[in-house]
Design a protein around this ligand. Sequence first.
Ligand code: ARG
Length: 577
Amino acid sequence: MTIKAKFIDKILNDIILSLKKLGADETSPVYEIPPSKEMGDIAFPMFKYAKTLKQNPALIAEKVKEGLKGNELMDKIEIKGPYLNIFFNKNLIAYDLLKDILDKKDDFGRQPDKKIKVAIEFSSPNTNKPLHLGHCRNNALGDSIAKILIFNGYETVKINLINDRGIHICKSMIAYKKFGNNTTPEKEGKKSDHLVGDFYVKYAQEEKNNPEIEKEALELLNLWEQNDRETHELWVKMNKWALDGIKETYKRMGIEFDQLEYESDNYLLGKDLINEGLNKNIFYKEEDGSIWVNNEDAGLDKKVLLRSDGTSVYITQDIGTAAKRHDKYNFNRMIYIVGSEQIYHFKTLFTILKKMGFDWADKCIHLSYGMVNLPSGKMKSREGTVVDADNLMDLLYDMSMEVLNEKGRDLTEQEKKETAVKISLSALKYYLLNFSTVKDVMFIPEKSISFDGNTGPYLQYTTARLNSLFNKSEDAGVLNNQSVFNHKFNEDEANLVISLLEFEDAVIKAGETLSPLEICSYLYDLARTFNKFYHDNPVIRAETKEIKNIRLLLSKASLIILMNGLKLLGIDDLKKM
Ligand code: ARG
């Protein structure tokens, strides 16, 4: 139970008692969280007692308030029409809260072990081109959601399904064969995945003048499926280039996986299952020999599962892969983080799995996310105008460097470089996570990197302020209950206490809704509350030793929570700036 929930429970008990005295038979009063801090920390509407007590709600509120007189859990009770608005006793909360935060540190907010295993598939690139801006969003989401789930007590397996075979891979291969002159990344001085991507673009350009080239790509796919040696050698070579480069990008972004799956290992998987389903009459055969499922009963279409020549389609392998994953991990949940253009695909997939009698089909969910656009227009890989992840990170790095050259006066050259890396990544990740997942994102680099406003760099700047506060001051404050109980919290301090109190709830909600945005909104609110407090209330030069002590404690707790929260987003704090 969170500290806040425990506190609310105590208040609920007292409200129940007070209502009972008035004659209302209440066991679980509803409450609301007021829209703004000025309206209190928790509010109880009294409408529902009007009938039994035959009084108007405002009057009931008055009487309940009367009954709570002298209650030490509350600083203040205000009546707003039918509402009882309650302000928590900050001294009581502050002591429990500060103690818990300072004791647990990194672990503050971590929830107990749930013994629930969640498999998360994310990123899943194709090996015909480098990662692009859309992958940045996918990576940031997958990484953050896994971290949030782990912090919420789940066990996770992060899976990356590498799409390393198929017609799109053969397209860059055929272009290389025709125009590549046996070149290599070394000869071209190019990052290896970018070289592969160039040939994919070359293919697309060539196809405009010479549509026949598609046949050649198909032939190559056939040769690949027949295990033709030369084709396989080229495939191995180009795939390695693509993957080596892609892995470098992951490393740079700070993205890791527990398991890499390769489509080339999985693509034959679902075939047996389809034949089994045919025997059980879950599927049917067309005259040409192709095998289909009819999903019209689920409001979807008919879908081919094996072509007449016996080859599989995209969904066939997803069926096999899902079953294999369930055997291997025995997951309680499987989350696919894949763009919203595949919503229909996953609906179909889960419907088929269910028809096949897999009871775990209901445990699979598709977490779809919207497109990422740049102001100049949509990203299109085929036309070569793709915004690739590396170039974008370069751009953000350069922009961070520029800022640091202006501002970061006490940083050495080396520190500047390290700081610019951290700032650029936080700009990118935070911007992409700070949207509701279903929404499309317009990525505006200048906005992402700004130090004021709702950005990653703003949060980092706040950690830098806090870190340097604790560099300057030897002590971080001592916690004893007398000093906390005797302190008279001013408004800024009280707001900060309440903001710190909300962290646990934000963590839980982010886990339940698979939403890093919850953490972003929370952290932004905390940082603003802290910065207002810090701007208007001297800490080191506080009026008295006691006040200094409390403010140091509040600052230390703010830093711990900011760092814990940023970690959940995959963002580093800054020691100085
Ligand atoms: N590589 C695919 C693409 O780029 C995404 C794979 C999604 N995962 C899956 N299990 N189908 O569109």
